[in-house]
Design a protein around this ligand. Sequence first.
Ligand SMILES: CC(C)(COP(=O)(O)OP(=O)(O)OC[C@H]1O[C@@H](n2cnc3c(N)ncnc32)[C@H](O)[C@@H]1OP(=O)(O)O)[C@@H](O)C(=O)NCCC(=O)NCCS
Length: 195
Amino acid sequence: MTIGTEARRPPPPFTLHTLDASSPRTSLEPVLRLSNRIFNTTASEPTHHSSLDEWCARLRQKDSILVYGSTAPDESIDPASADGMPKRGGQVQVQTQAREVVGFVFAVVKTEPALPFPTLHVWLAGVSERARGSGVFAALMSRVQHHARSKGVNGLSVATFPATFGKMYAILLKQGWEAREWKEEGKKVLMIKAI
Ligand SMILES: CC(C)(COP(=O)(O)OP(=O)(O)OC[C@H]1O[C@@H](n2cnc3c(N)ncnc32)[C@H](O)[C@@H]1OP(=O)(O)O)[C@@H](O)C(=O)NCCC(=O)NCCS
């Protein structure tokens, strides 16, 4: 029994994938769908955050990376042969469900006066609600950090809204990120972490 703290879920079996400038446009679509769901983009006017053209353009920028996690395909027995006994044609029907995207981090190189050096900037990131607290996000960020190092980039950055994305802000503080600049009347903060 867990008292006082939320029990962490066991990690789901997930696989990490990396998309870059050479990836086909269609490979971005399931990740964009998850992003649009997480950020509820249909509730307001479309912005560049929900545009496939914008995603493709950003991914074509030098050293950009889109890392996402997906579940392994599930195999389930067709309900028509749920007892596992051969039915029509003497074969048990097995259905393979598509892989599900469970989280992503989209990062692009950023240079701006508030940053002491160019960073790999987390432009968008999210984990599907059912996969939260399962280790996917740490794995995604670890791969992004590895990519930054491999490109000779010395830091990560992200701009977030602590009042809206409180968990993200708490994770960043816990992971040693520092506030570099508060913008939009203190609602938005540019955070940085040297690596
Ligand atoms: C923010 C969000 C992506 C975090 O994903 P999550 O699955 O909920 O995160 P987790 O619960 O697994 O937390 C990450 C854990 O990994 C740890 N961790 C270890 N290494 C880490 C790393 N390199 N980077 C990040 N976290 C790391 C964190 O400290 C945290 O540990 P804790 O649970 O002991 O606090 C997710 O909650 C989400 O999608 N929120 C809505 C959208 C959003 O806020 N996006 C960001 C907008 S800027």
